[in-house]
Ligand binder design. Structure first.
Ligand code: HEC
Length: 167
């Protein structure tokens, strides 16, 4: 099943003529620098800050995750700024999947259970309840894949970067 999804994703990517789903190399990143008319090799500080490689399974999952995010989450969340709820940049590193899945499915239940982080963030956002979502674990993981790709790659190119989907 996963193999099929990966294969289909790869086909979509190549059909769209997009960049390979392998993590970008330093020269590729340099070539994709925001001002691509004057692409310079990255300096050592930029290289040190270069994004960690994102594996191809995550890249492919992020395509589905983007659609689910836009349909269910974007009214309240963005990656880089607070909307109604917190900015979700790097949330995949702040919280484990084991926390994120039950949170997205029923955050109030987690707050009610006394989960320390859940209570803290709920209070921080004026006790505004996030809706519950009937999403599968795989769907929630794909949203997190999208958040990972966006958190990692946007700094390098805000328009046509090495993203697995068109902006
Ligand atoms: C109606 C607005 C709303 C929608 C829609 C919404 N959220 Fe939230 N979300 C919030 C609020 C508000 C918080 C802050 C916690 C609280 O008040 O319960 C939050 C918190 C979170 C957190 C914790 C963030 C952190 O920094 O720890 C995650 C993760 C999250 N939401 C994911 C999602 C995902 C994924 C979706 C879509 C499936 C979604 N949210 C849809 C309002 C929303």
């Amino acid at each position: 099943m996963l193999a099929i999804v990966v294969a289909m994703g790869s086909m979509l990517l190549s059909a769209a003529g997009l960049i390979s789903i392998l993590p970008p190399s330093a020269p590729q990143l340099a070539a994709l620098a925001p001002d691509s008319t004057q692409a310079q090799p990255l300096d050592s500080a930029q290289l040190a800050a270069a994004p960690a490689a994102i594996d191809s399974v995550t890249m492919v999952a992020s395509i589905q995750g983007k659609a689910i995010f836009e349909n269910n989450c974007a009214q309240c969340h963005a990656i880089n700024e607070v909307v109604v709820g917190p900015a979700l940049k790097d949330v995949h590193t702040r919280r484990s999947i084991a926390w994120l899945v039950p949170w997205v499915r029923n955050s109030s239940k987690m707050v009610a259970s006394g989960d320390e982080y859940a209570v803290k963030i709920f209070n921080q956002y004026q006790k505004q309840q996030m809706p519950s979502f009937q999403l599968s674990e795989a769907e929630i993981k794909s949203i997190m894949a999208y958040i990972e790709v966006e958190s990692t790659l946007t700094a390098y190119n805000n328009t046509t970067g090495p993203l697995p989907y068109p902006r």
